[in-house]
Write a protein that binds this ligand. Structure first.
Ligand code: NAP
Length: 240
């Protein structure tokens, strides 16, 4: 059985580590951040049409989509391509922070533009949204932006922190304190909530960007273990 693993998350790495024998798992990454780690393939497929072609040419039996909860385009494309090719698909998406005990204390917003509007003028803002959406925040003058790789052209009034997680609660407390942050803007990525707990401890307001709803009618699991079980079930079917 040959499965395409859409990756770029810790769940994807956990799936690779636990992949059952008899499955050829092709790890695919977007390739936007530098890494010397060997992967199955790197770079976009060329939209739905490109992915359909890839699935057919490579003889892919199943697709495991373990991309980040905010990799919405890749998920939409994969769902559509798999439907067209009748290839089994599963979405692996960690639980939302909506169920976190602090969730009711945060300001939930629909997108980056709304987050920027809430944050602008609310004091010193920490942007923990990654590199790609930063263009939505250019009106926020007093910001600390944390990201893995720093693009050129960010506002000169911003403080840039180039760092790659995971970050402990102590790391987060130290950064929020030393930078005198008033507002933390983040996406509902789920997983470790250290920055949110640190923010609560220091009375830092949190602006949380909601996830887009998943495409309807798809199979969804919330952990690497469940994804591996899904692959094993497919393996039983193909070898029966
Ligand atoms: P996106 O906006 O949903 O995807 C844009 C395009 O990038 C896709 O249409 C596809 O290009 C290509 N692409 C995305 N993921 C890919 C993959 N795993 N393999 C091959 N091509 C891929 O995705 P994104 O938010 O930019 O995320 C890109 C990668 O970073 C994903 O692997 C994701 O898991 C990881 N990541 C994202 C975030 C985040 O906050 N968004 C955080 C951590 C990690 P084509 O249309 O040409 O096929």
């Amino acid at each position: 059985m040959k499965a395409l693993l859409l990756a770029g998350t810790t769940e994807a790495r956990d799936i690779i580590a636990a992949a059952p024998r008899g499955v050829e798992l092709i790890e695919s990454v977007a390739g936007r951040t530098a890494s010397s780690r060997p992967v199955g393939r790197r770079g976009g497929f060329g939209g739905v049409i490109g992915l359909v072609t890839y699935l057919r040419d490579e003889g892919i039996d199943a697709v495991v989509d373990a991309t980040h909860p905010f990799a919405e385009q890749m998920t939409r494309n994969a769902v559509e391509a798999c439907q067209q090719m009748n290839v089994p698909y599963v979405r692996v998406e960690r639980a939302s922070w909506a169920g976190h005990a602090l969730a009711g204390t945060w300001t939930w917003v629909a997108d980056h533009d709304e987050a920027a509007a809430v944050a602008a003028g609310a004091g010193r803002v920490m942007l923990a949204v990654g590199r790609q959406p930063l263009e939505h925040y250019l009106e926020v003058e007093d910001a600390v932006a944390r990201m893995v790789e720093v693009p050129p052209g960010l506002p000169s009034t911003w403080t840039i922190v180039a760092a790659k997680g995971p970050f402990t609660r102590d790391n987060e407390l130290e950064l929020l304190r030393s930078q005198a942050i008033d507002v933390l803007v983040t996406k509902d990525s789920g997983g470790d909530a250290s920055k949110l707990e640190a923010a609560a401890e220091l009375g830092v307001k949190v602006v949380m960007i909601r996830r887009a709803p998943l495409p309807e009618g798809i199979e969804v699991v919330s952990s690497a273990n469940e994804a591996v079980t899904w692959v094993e079930r497919g393996l039983e079917t193909t070898t029966r």
